[in-house]
Design a protein around this ligand. Structure first.
Ligand code: ATP
Length: 356
């Protein structure tokens, strides 16, 4: 069993609390992505799981074993770094076999296992090369091979794709996801790239200033973000968030923002209150000015190939609209933006937490 449990895990560096009281239960076979902006504590959390950094408080479990104070080499985990960390003077074969040699495995076993891993990763023809004779993507595959070779209980990966160019990144991303589908090894994967998180994760743990902001499947995170922070972190362009009000009219909630008036179909009797109203760019429709909806003026239109993104000015806010090309609007044009009530996300005006 390679279930990983984090109980109240905390790490402070002087006055900075890099990781703040994290509770997380990572199931055996899961691909958990630690996602969040730079400095939110992702690497610190991963380094604690790897045993490279002791926690200030809290406990860590791998299966039924308390590994909080176990040194890295005695944890059944393998780490893959952003920098690959390959030995430059060793061949690909010797780099991949390194963890087995340090564990004094028999030569024949090492040779067989290296050949097997190299075949899995498409490295068979490169086994005699040195790291400097490889492309970035190939180097990263060697680093993965070195992690795979001893069949660890869990993989810990810290932004393994960030040194690759966009095309290689997409290819290697798919390879890692496919590898996980085949091996089902518990994986904790750090990234700040929301596309990697959305495409690879079984669940995403979104971190914000050392705290767990939201935990959920990619669809849950996208469809029901727990806060304005989560709503605007996932999705490109980001979810639009408008200052709005809700109030009861004839016992049913009505939301209003920048000319938009939508009955939410929720029965409630409340006094008017300010809220923040979220709507994804792909859930807004554009129509000529003068209709019922958000009054806006188009400022730019970006061609993304199959889609277009229009930025529109509505009051003091910029609102993005995304849809199939052509959207049929030009900069300077006055438009109306509309949506359906079920596409709205309501957040508390001061805390930013989700209301509905
Ligand atoms: P990035 O995506 O930029 O790598 P991250 O989310 O991985 O960021 P961490 O590297 O975990 O963030 O850092 C979290 C916080 O802890 C930051 O404020 C960072 O400055 C601080 N920090 C990390 N390591 C140390 C250290 N060794 N000494 C002091 N502060 C540190």
């Amino acid at each position: 069993m390679s279930r990983i449990r984090l109980q109240g895990l905390t790490r402070r560096f002087g006055a900075v609390t890099a990781v703040d009281d994290i509770e997380l239960d990572i199931a055996d076979g899961e691909f958990l992505v630690l996602l969040g902006p730079s400095g939110c504590g992702k690497s610190t959390l991963l380094r604690m799981i790897a045993g490279l950094l002791p926690p200030t408080e809290g406990r860590l479990w791998l299966g039924d074993a308390d590994i909080t104070h176990l040194p890295p080499q005695r944890r059944d985990v393998a780490m893959v770094f952003q920098s690959y960390a390959l030995y430059p003077h060793l061949s690909v074969a010797r780099n991949i076999g390194f963890p087995l040699r340090t564990r004094k495995r028999p030569r024949a076993e090492i040779r067989a296992r290296v050949a097997e891993v190299a075949a899995t990763l498409g490295l068979t023809d490169l086994l005699d090369r040195k790291p400097r004779e490889l492309s970035g993507g190939q180097r990263q595959r060697v680093a993965l091979g070195r992690a795979l070779v001893r069949d660890p209980g869990a993989f810990l990966m810290d932004e393994p794709l960030s040194n690759l160019d966009a095309k290689l990144r997409a290819g290697t991303r798919a390879e890692i996801a496919e590898l996980h589908r085949r091996l089902r090894t518990t994986t904790v994967y750090v990234t700040h790239d929301q596309v990697e998180a959305m495409t690879m994760a079984t669940r995403i743990a979104l971190l914000n200033e050392g705290r767990l902001e939201q935990l959920g499947t990619p669809s849950e995170m996208y469809d029901a973000p727990a806060s304005v922070f989560a709503a605007t972190f996932l999705g490109s362009p980001a979810m639009n968030v408008l200052d709005a009000t809700v109030r009861s009219v004839d016992g049913v909630l009505l939301a209003e923002a920048e000319g938009l008036r939508l009955s939410l179909g929720i029965e409630a009797d409340i006094p008017e209150r300010p809220v923040r109203l979220g709507v994804r760019p792909e859930h807004l429709t554009l129509s000529p000015a003068g209709r019922q909806g958000i009054r806006a003026v188009v400022t730019t239109v970006e061609n993304l190939g199959s889609e277009e993104v229009a930025q529109c000015r509505a009051g003091h806010t910029t609102v993005s609209v995304r849809g199939p090309r052509p959207l049929g609007v030009t900069p300077g044009e006055a438009v109306t933006l509309d949506t359906r009530p079920e596409q709205l996300h309501l957040f508390d005006h001061s805390s930013g937490r989700r209301l509905a």
